[in-house]
Design a protein around this ligand. Structure first.
Ligand SMILES: C[S@@+](CC[C@H](N)C(=O)[O-])C[C@H]1O[C@@H](n2cnc3c(N)ncnc32)[C@H](O)[C@@H]1O
Length: 266
């Protein structure tokens, strides 16, 4: 699967479910603000475990339809099962490579969360997203600015996980600070009426506080393959992150998340 650095499949889906749970309220708010309505046809590119795809399907209702695309066949099969279990019949999950997207221009809303930061050629991928929107349709993206992550008190293992994440994404052609560039990129892609909103969850307990540790576990193979750290070094950092998160008065943030949207000219 190209240069994607985070373990996919079942383990990857469990991490994405954790993230989806934490971000459900702000992503739902984004869809409401962007103008998602019942009856719309939506496309979720790099849909992963499909948590947001299912949310879109509920929001567009039985008169609408959602297509989820990813290049991880295992995660697509799990997402398809989840949609069936949830009784949602207005979803199609299928394989596609987001770097060479060739969807017809039929979608009222095209969405991609945490995809662009992994890609080497973001303008090219974004052009594919824009082409998939119908004239007058919406393109909505969420992506991270890892450099805005923080914990308190400052902690060496937390900083180490940030450094390794940034390095391994860069090593594989991506940019973990893409969020900051999204307004400019959407403008260059020809979108109009561009809007922006910033989200940054912070946790003192609960699922969100474990995301740093779980992320480091899921990038371990890519980190060692790139020669950025040894397995032992990573295991030690994972244990330190877990111990830090277990302390009741420490706080841990997610990256800053940029939510940016625009309209395809009619
Ligand atoms: C960080 S996950 C985000 C998943 C989902 N959008 C979410 O927010 O829960 C990124 C997803 O993009 C997929 N992906 C990465 N590069 C891709 C590509 N070139 N084409 C299609 N999918 C890709 C990965 O398989 C993964 O499922």
């Amino acid at each position: 699967m190209g240069n994607y650095v985070i373990e996919g499949g079942q383990a990857g889906k469990e991490r994405l479910s954790l993230i989806a749970e934490v971000l459900q309220p702000t992503t739902a708010q984004l869809f409401a603000q962007a103008g998602l309505r019942p009856g719309m046809r939506a496309l979720d590119v790099g849909c992963g475990g499909g948590a947001v795809t299912l949310e879109l399907a509920r929001r567009v209702g039985p008169q609408g339809h959602v297509t989820g695309l990813d290049f991880d066949e295992t995660i697509l099969a799990l997402a398809t099962q989840d949609a069936a279990n949830a009784g949602l019949h207005n979803i199609t999950f299928r394989y596609a490579d987001a770097t060479i997207l060739a969807e017809p221009p039929i979608y009222d809303l095209v969405y991609a969360r945490f995809l662009l930061s992994h890609l080497a050629n973001v303008p090219q991928a974004l052009a594919g997203l824009v082409r998939a929107a119908r004239p007058g349709g919406l393109v909505v993206v969420e992506d991270i600015d890892l450099s805005g992550s923080f914990c308190y008190p400052p902690h060496q293992a937390f900083q180490r996980h940030l450094d390794l994440y940034a390095q391994v994404v860069r090593h594989n052609g991506g940019n973990s600070n893409t969020g900051m560039q999204l307004v400019e990129l959407l403008h260059q892609a020809g979108l109009t009426r561009i809007g922006i909103h910033l989200v940054q969850p912070v946790f003192r307990e609960g699922a969100g506080k474990r995301i740093a540790q779980v992320t480091l576990e899921r990038i371990s193979s890519a980190v060692t393959a790139a020669g950025l750290a040894t397995g032992e070094d990573l295991a030690e950092t994972v244990a330190e992150l877990a111990a830090f998160a277990a302390q009741p008065n420490t706080i841990v943030s997610l990256p800053r998340i940029f939510q940016v949207w625009g309209v395809r000219a009619g």
